[in-house]
Design a protein around this ligand. Sequence first.
Ligand code: AQP
Length: 331
Amino acid sequence: MKRIVSGIKPTGSLTLGNYIGAIKQFVKLQKARENDEFFLFIADLHAITTRQIPHELRKRTLDIAAMYLACGLDKERTTLFIQSEIPQHAELGYILQSNVYMGELERMTQYKDKLESNDVSISSSLFTYPALMAADIILYDADYVPVGDDQKQHLELTRDIANRFNHYYSDFFTVPEPLIPEVGARIMDLQNPEKKMSKSENNPKGYITLFDDEKTITRKIKSAKTDSLGIIKYDPLEQKGLANLINIFASISDISINQIVDKYKNSDYKTFKEDLAKTLVDVLIPIQLKYQEIINSNELNEILDKGRSIASDYAFKKMRKCKRKIGLGRK
Ligand code: AQP
């Protein structure tokens, strides 16, 4: 039996990027790996690395949990919990900060991108974020972590940190492997296909959220940036915007990129976009209906209580052993 661990930050409404790169993959894995164990948490501690409005943060935390369930997560086979409800994440995060070097953290592209944005209010926790992320994963001895391409570097650092700890204190943490989808690992912004689609992006035309209605989805796809070539082929270098839309189409409908191109090669952008919008609506609207059912029931709290209890039990035991190994406390 293997353990698969994943998390998602409640920093905004979930986007199509989060759905394709993380949620859909997680649900698919769960169907394919019947004997494995699945831990999934809402990473609210990571969310506060940037300023959040308290009541919105709390609402989004529950929204994301409900959305995962609406997307097909098997509640019987998932330990679903909220990161901040398990204090051992922060405790191990601090210990791992002492096992990661400044130079390693400075090399993280997500941090470098923030620095380049010239934002003067970058919190110190944004810098140490990868240590907490490593803690989230190795606290539960994860074997696999499904992530989009953007998190690959953080996961490599997690492996380095785990290996370093094991080397110094003797084998203790499982060293996790990333699981990155072949298609859809990096969904790009609809208005600027040079950068990835993000839920905290300022321009809402750049992303589709899982809560967008039919009209909004259609409008956003219609206005997605393409090019003036007018030829439907998959060319991520010369036709970035179109390639992104083809990627979205392939991921959402589980059809290969080649099949999509073959189907539309004699068509035009307008028809292609209309069909893509319709496919997205057909996938997202039923998820939204299911989400409404879940968010308005008591079941979500029961699932989160159960998840907290299982995660807490594991985390408590692991940390007790970890502190003993390091020499912290009396025994
Ligand atoms: N554009 C994307 N394409 C594919 N996968 C993506 N993921 C995020 N954006 C894309 C994957 O979603 C999971 C959860 O991500 P997260 O919320 O923990 O953090 P993130 O990667 O920083 O996501 P965002 O949407 O870009 O959030 P903000 O705007 O707050 O920084 C991860 O597995 C990620 O790979």
